[in-house]
Design a binder for this molecule. Structure first.
Ligand code: NAD
Length: 416
């Protein structure tokens, strides 16, 4: 399908915004990426990238070389504005509050307001609490009331269209999933949703489902909460089984033989900046109703403490224990350390001086950790206690014969 709009501004050039801007540019749109970080803007204008994602470097290079992708600190007039800015927790005294902070979305909206014109489409891609898309429309209405002097009867149309299209991509597979995933698009009115669909149809292979902006916002939050609750069930089972002397891995394998049971695998906790964060947006909005969602978060958040206690109990048997922590990333075969329970556990073991901690993260060069990393062979050779924290492929291939003298705490069940 031919592009329906000529020029697109993408606000926020991070893990979501930059791949989106690049894909759109390679589809023939004139794309201006906007970020508040000069370094990101300069790097992209040189055809290079400031984040790590497979194949993104080639895509950005070709998009910039084609002349279709530019980056800037300031937005310009366009037909479509896509907001892909952070939606973290609010901070208080430097600590996360678990209350969503939509100030980045609000700031990006204010920034585009002076260049908006009637008929433009504004799309929120950031994972957002319910009501954020409507809030964008309110801000535009406050700052540019003339844009809403519509001759068309509400609620069917508005001169500026505002929609939400939550992003569901998996880090490490962003470029494929950006194009292949199904999409849920919610508008503040029907025309907004339809206009957004017409844009996504030009670069997405997946199916597109239209709904209201609030339902689209909630859909994304619910997807991650569903994962979190299911992981919490598995993690809770691991605690119960430990108390009862039952092998949790065997138990889950057997229970999953039932045709309608599919229990996930326990782990050291839940990390990343989505599953560990988004359920709190629901809890914040409906604290009395979101009881399972809240408890699931608490179960997953406390699992690292349980792992730490187990390591301490084993370490107490040694005079000068050497503890090998295998993996730091928040999940297998990536380098991303954000909200990682493996990192939390390793840091706590070091801070509590439980022993000499030797950490191994095969996907990292140690640039983002305040402690040294060791190669796998050395960690295996020198450790008294081996704690498997991430199910990286490298660890699965270790010959278990060589571990017979070691105490093994396998939080991922890879050596069962
Ligand atoms: N990364 C993922 O895998 C993923 C997946 C699904 C959804 N999301 C959601 O997408 C949103 C963006 O996430 P991300 O991972 O791309 O974040 P990110 O931190 O990688 O990128 C956000 C970018 O926005 C820029 N920015 C902040 N304020 C701005 C402003 N006012 N104007 C222009 N740029 C601004 C930042 O400098 C940063 O470069 C979040 O809501 C996140 O929850 C992320």
């Amino acid at each position: 399908m031919k592009p329906a709009a000529k020029k697109i501004v993408v606000m926020g050039l991070g893990y979501i915004g930059l791949p989106t801007a690049s894909v759109l540019a390679t589809k023939g749109y004139q794309v201006l990426g906007v970020d508040i970080k000069r370094n990101a803007v300069d790097t992209i204008n040189e055809g290079k990238i400031h984040i790590v994602e497979p194949d993104l470097d080639l895509l950005v290079k070709s998009a910039v070389n084609s002349g279709n992708l530019r980056a800037s600190l300031e937005p310009e007039e366009a037909d479509v504005f896509i907001l892909a800015v952070p939606t973290p927790f609010k901070k208080q005294d430097g600590e996360d509050t678990r209350v969503p902070d939509i100030s980045y979305v609000e700031a990006a909206t204010r920034k585009i307001c002076p260049v908006l014109k009637g008929g433009d489409l504004v799309i929120l891609e950031s994972t957002s609490p319910v009501g954020t898309t409507k809030r964008i429309a309110e801000i535009i209405k406050e700052l540019r009331p003339e844009l809403f002097d519509s001759p068309l009867p509400p609620p069917h149309d508005s001169p500026v269209h505002v929609a939400h299209c939550p992003e569901r991509v998996l880090p490490g597979h962003i470029l494929r999933e950006l194009v292949d995933n199904d999409r849920v698009i919610g508008g503040i009115d029907i025309t907004s949703a339809e206009k957004a669909r017409d844009l996504y149809k030009t670069f997405c292979n997946g199916q597109i489902f239209l709904t209201t902006s609030c339902t689209a916002e909630m859909t994304k939050l619910v997807e991650n909460s569903y994962r979190d609750v299911n992981i919490a069930f598995a993690n809770e089972l691991s605690l119960i089984c430990d108390k009862l002397g039952v092998n949790v891995w065997e138990l889950i394998e057997l229970a999953n033989k039932h045709p309608r049971v599919n229990i996930l695998r326990p782990g050291p906790g839940v990390g990343g900046h989505c599953i560990a964060v988004d359920p709190w947006f629901i809890v914040d909005a409906a604290p009395d109703q979101a009881r399972i969602i809240r408890v699931a978060r608490q179960v997953n958040d406390t699992k690292p403490h349980w792992v730490i206690a187990r390591v301490k109990a084993k370490a107490a048997r040694f005079r000068d224990p050497v503890i090998g922590c295998l993996g730091l990333a928040f999940k297998a075969n990536i380098d991303d350390l954000r909200e990682s329970p493996a990192l939390e556990i390793t840091r706590a073991l070091i801070a509590d001086k439980v022993g000499r901690v030797m950490a191994c993260e095969p996907n990292s060069n140690g640039e983002f950790t305040e402690f040294p990393l060791y190669d796998l062979g050395r960690v295996i050779a020198e450790s008294d206690i081996l704690v498997v924290l991430v199910d990286h492929d490298e660890f699965k291939m270790i010959d278990r014969e060589g571990l017979k003298e070691k105490v093994v705490i396998d939080t991922r069940g890879i050596w069962r």
